[in-house]
Design a protein around this ligand. Structure first.
Ligand code: ADE
Length: 230
């Protein structure tokens, strides 16, 4: 079974519309939709915005369904000048840019206990995901996640310089964190909606649906390639 997590309804609606035999189940406050895409079994959910909702959803999904792989699909802000709106990205690794215990002597971004800064996405599944975008060639990237919509120059520069990240969002690294602890492979598909700059809020609203659907289309192909059969 493939597990799919999106932060917002708009990022999941295309996928949900393509599923057959959908059943709805609730667990841990999250509504899960279970169904089939071309005979491959999937479970999907809209987790809500931010790291806490994303982590809750990933944890509940893993405990309830034990998916073979979790894919997080949606939109993201570009930190790198080389990325523009509607460019497609696949995470090589994820980091939480707002995790900071540096006053205690730790490196910025390090998660105490497991002592990790970056969470690597599953290489085998990510290579498959890379092949699911058709003509729009995706790029591998480092995604920095945090509980903030990045919409200013200084914050953007800080995240880029500190973590070498080229993309930002608000959920990927939280899902990655849960998947690492729960030993579940994960991949991230994100299409750029804005440049995380002063115009990001307006740009986001303008292309969010288009960007979300490009990521969803790639996610559907991914399910087809990786899903278990009925
Ligand atoms: N998701 C899409 N654009 C974003 C941004 N600028 N910051 C954080 N998350 C985003």
């Amino acid at each position: 079974m493939v597990g799919i997590i999106a932060a917002m309804n708009i990022e999941l609606e295309l996928i949900k519309s393509k599923l057959d035999d959908i059943t709805e189940e609730k667990s841990g406050g999250i509504t899960f939709y279970r169904g089939f895409y071309k005979n491959s079994e999937v479970v999907c959910a809209v987790c809500g915005i931010g790291k806490v909702f994303a982590a809750m959803c990933a944890e509940a999904m893993i405990i309830k369904y034990q998916p073979a792989v979790i894919i997080n699909t949606g939109v993201a802000g570009a930190l790198s000048k080389d990325l523009k709106q509607l460019d497609c990205t696949v995470a090589e690794k994820c980091v939480q840019h707002d995790m900071d215990t540096s006053p205690l002597g730790d490196p910025v971004g390090m998660i105490s206990g497991i002592n990790k800064i970056y969470f690597e996405a599953d290489k085998k599944y990510s290579d498959i995901l890379m092949s699911c975008y058709g003509k729009t060639k995706p790029v591998y990237c480092t995604i920095a996640s945090g509980d903030a919509f990045v919409c200013d120059k200084d914050k953007k520069e800080y995240i880029t310089k500190t973590f070498g990240a080229s993309v930002c969002d608000m959920e990927s690294a939280a899902i990655a964190h849960v998947c690492y602890v729960a030993e579940t492979p994960f991949v991230i598909s994100r299409v750029i909606s804005d440049n995380a700059d002063d115009n990001a809020n307006l740009d986001f609203l303008t292309v969010c649906k288009k960007a979300a659907d490009i990521s969803s289309a790639a996610t559907l192909k991914f399910i087809n390639k990786c899903g278990g059969k009925k």
